[in-house]
Design a binder for this molecule. Structure first.
Ligand code: NDP
Length: 447
């Protein structure tokens, strides 16, 4: 396999899919040597079978808004690979959603799920529907319309969706309710469900908490204590908020948050009261992060339409909003003011240029597929609880989450340690994730 040839072939066959090309190139570049040392992989054409999803479902979603207008959106489900378990991955509702973004996310999900040690294949789905400004009833009608088409393609042993950007507990509940109604079954298809109907404790917290646990494992390799460290976070959604909560409970100082309209930088760090305000603003009122500076004048500066990276003074960065939200210039600005670690809550938030900067500077850098795998891990634990018709305690789930994140960290070190001693977590995560999927595909023959 020659990465340049594979990528130019993919670009020719699937043009106008830049995010997908970017994700594939990043993975193939880091597994190239290992892949080429197993001639049987090439004989079985594993690369093409792994780069092209098993199938892509795309469909029209028609729904009625509060004014009685009939609206349409596109819906998708990319079932990427099920060699090690049922397809598993979130659903994203955001105006920017298209096939390229979902193909990149499903591709990444396959290797991420492999790293979790649980039996889950990779998938991703979503719609270009934007929940922003929609009423609760509109959200419900849209979710029901989306599942009216999707339900035939999913199931507890087949494909288990969950949340992602724009899809939280409310949306999962509406989709699960509709699925149950149509499928006439109570199996836990969908994770991230409410606690009263098959959800797992710690699932809402899992991605953010898991990212902090991964960060602690990385810091431990250099004997660094999290206490007192200044951490810049982007986003103010599910992942960002629980990252901030866990960091603050460990004595770290959270110095920024953002949303798609802009960023706040809080030089002295968020107080517990200020964090509670943002949590409620985002979850109860679906408000905007700029409202923070009106509520707490003088505590923070708001940067309209800007990301936080060039404005913060921090030791650690945890991008937790969306893909390609931290570019080469942002990376150089972070490094110039002494950033020692970056741990990604979002999927592919750093551009290739930024990743190069972090690795060249030999700071601790964890790619999303390792650092944010806590969310899907607890989704896997939710599936296990549903299958047994049991609920585990928060402590039990949290302990399992901590040990899964430690295990992922160990795999990254095993496959990513360079002769100099530097751990290249990108390489470690990609090789470890790939090898398990590759072995499973080889064992099961050409499908
Ligand atoms: P939410 O919808 O809860 O929050 C997303 C946050 O990011 C919001 O603050 C949102 O702002 C901001 N955001 C979204 N799009 C953009 C954009 N284009 N530019 C700037 N800011 C943006 O989503 P999650 O917290 O669940 O997801 C965040 C990231 O984490 C995503 O990359 C997701 O794929 C990844 N992830 C999530 C997991 C989960 O369990 N939820 C698991 C693993 C990864 P606004 O409100 O203004 O849109």
């Amino acid at each position: 396999m020659k990465v340049t040839e594979v990528i130019s072939d993919l670009k020719r066959r699937f043009p106008n899919e830049p995010e997908y090309h970017q994700a594939v190139e990043e993975v193939l570049t880091s597994i190239e040597d290992v892949y080429n040392s197993y001639p049987q992989f090439e004989r079985y054409n594993l690369i093409e079978r792994l780069c092209v999803p098993d199938r892509i479902l795309s469909f029209r979603v028609s729904w009625v808004d509060d004014a009685g207008n009939v609206r349409t959106n596109m819906g998708y489900r990319v079932q990427h690979n099920n060699a090690i378990g049922p397809y598993k991955g979130g659903i994203r509702f955001h105006a920017s959603v298209n096939q390229s973004i979902l193909k990149f996310l499903a591709f990444e999900q396959t290797f991420k799920n492999s790293l979790t040690t649980l039996a889950m294949g990779g998938a991703k789905g979503g719609s270009d529907f934007s929940p922003k400004g929609k009423s609760d009833m509109e959200i419900m009608r849209f979710c029901q319309a989306f599942v009216r088409e999707l339900w035939r393609q999913i199931g507890p042993e087949r494909d288990v969706p969950a949340g992602d950007i724009g899809v939280g507990g409310r949306e999962v509940a509406y989709m699960y309710g509709m699925y149950k109604n149509l499928a006439r079954e109570n199996t836990g298809t969908f994770t991230g469900k409410g606690i009263d109907f098959g959800g797992s404790l710690i699932r809402p917290e899992a991605t953010g908490y898991g990212n902090v646990y991964f960060l602690l494992n990385m810091l431990a390799t250099r004997g660094i204590d999290i206490k007192g460290k200044r951490v810049a976070i982007s986003g103010s959604g599910n992942v960002a908020l629980y990252t901030a909560e866990k960091l603050m409970s460990l004595g770290a100082v959270v110095v920024s948050m953002s949303d798609s309209d802009g960023s706040i930088v809080i030089p002295d760090g968020l107080t517990q009261e200020q964090f509670d305000y943002i949590f409620s603003l985002k979850n109860d009122y679906r408000g905007r992060i700029r409202e923070f500076v009106d509520e707490y004048p003088g505590a923070a500066t708001y940067y309209q339409r800007e990301r936080p990276w060039k404005h913060v003074n921090c030791d650690i960065a945890m991008p937790s909003a969306t893909q390609n939200e931290l570019d080469g210039d942002d990376a150089r600005a972070l490094l110039a003011q002494g950033c020692i670690a970056v741990s990604e809550g979002a999927n592919m938030p750093s551009t290739p240029d930024a990743v190069k900067e972090f690795i060249n500077a030999k700071i601790l850098y964890a790619p999303g597929k390792a650092a944010n795998a806590g969310g899907v891990s607890v989704s896997g634990l939710e599936m296990a609880q549903n299958a047994q018709m049991l609920s585990w305690s928060a402590e039990e789930v949290d302990n399992k989450l901590q040990s899964i994140m430690a295990n992922i960290h160990e795999q990254c070190v095993k496959f990513g340690k360079e002769p100099s001693g530097y751990v290249n977590y990108v390489k470690g995560a990609n090789i470890s994730g790939f090898m398990k999927v590759a072995r499973a595909m080889m064992a099961q023959g050409v499908l």
